[in-house]
Design a protein around this ligand. Structure first.
Ligand code: 13P
Length: 257
């Protein structure tokens, strides 16, 4: 049976002392998380090693928020998949809408980064999502299927068990975001699963973990996780402090039982 994944990207937040406070508070909680739940944390690069050292022993996967597609070379300011792995990362987030919108991430660079991650033994967590305009124009399904198909283009079937996809509608993310209803979240992830079945066949498509992200909070987590196509939740603001994350884990833990 698949585990329920629940984790958080901290985006560009937290000071060093806030990271230590978070780790001190969350480790006793992680120790009690049931084996049916897979926890993950994606801090900014400078804190990855510290967080990994604090939470590895509890089975929590730590990730980075970006990598370069190249293994090394003249790419000033970039960090390779190998470097991310060296500092303790197991996951790499690729193609978050903030990177697509503000840092010129394209479907093609997402695909190159997915291949770099898999080639280095990291799990790519690929974010896809429709914009508010695409939703208004009625082309949400087309937009997310295109992003998924290009992100996973050229992958072998043997690599798929390491792939995670998050449906994060751009209109649902952050302070201005309007949370997707459980129906909208389910619809997006069902659409993604069907696209994966078209690409790789039923068995392989079912191995890919599908997460929902975008204004997940303590009041909507239970309804979202109960949707049949949702394997887990990718949380921002509501899990940035240890209490919030602990509460979400307990809500999802209750659902497991
Ligand atoms: P929020 O939960 O703060 O809307 O952020 C979601 C997100 O972008 C996770 O990657």
């Amino acid at each position: 049976m698949k585990k329920i994944w629940i984790g958080s990207s901290w985006k560009m937040n937290k000071t060093s002392s806030e990271v230590t406070t978070f780790c001190d508070a969350i480790t006793p909680i992680l120790e009690q998380v049931p084996g049916t739940i897979q926890t993950f944390l994606i801090p900014p690069f400078p804190y990855v090693r510290e967080v990994a050292e604090a939470v590895d022993r509890y089975g929590t996967c730590v990730g980075v928020q970006n990598i370069c597609w190249a293994a090394q070379g003249a790419f000033t300011g970039e960090i390779s998949a190998g470097m991310a792995k060296d500092i303790g990362a197991l996951i790499v987030e690729i193609g978050h809408s903030e990177r697509r919108q503000m840092f010129n991430e394209t479907d093609e660079t997402v695909n190159r980064k997915v291949r770099a991650a898999l080639g280095t033994g990291l799990k790519p967590l690929v974010c896809v999502g429709d914009t508010a305009e695409e939703k208004r124009w009625g082309v949400s399904a087309e937009a997310i299927v295109r992003q998924v198909k290009i992100a996973l283009f050229g992958l072998s079937k043997d690599e798929l068990h390491n792939v995670i996809i998050a449906y994060e509608p751009v209109w649902a993310i952050g302070e201005q975001g309007v949370p997707a209803s459980p129906y909208e979240a389910e619809n997006g992830l069902y659409t993604i699963r069907q696209a994966l079945i078209d690409m790789f066949g039923e068995d392989k498509a079912q191995q890919i973990i599908l997460l929902y992200g975008g204004s997940v909070h303590q009041d909507n987590a239970a309804e979202l996780i109960a949707q049949p196509s949702i394997d887990g939740l990718f949380v921002g603001r509501a899990a940035w402090d240890a209490e919030g994350y602990a509460e979400l884990l307990s809500i999802v833990g209750c659902y497991c039982e």
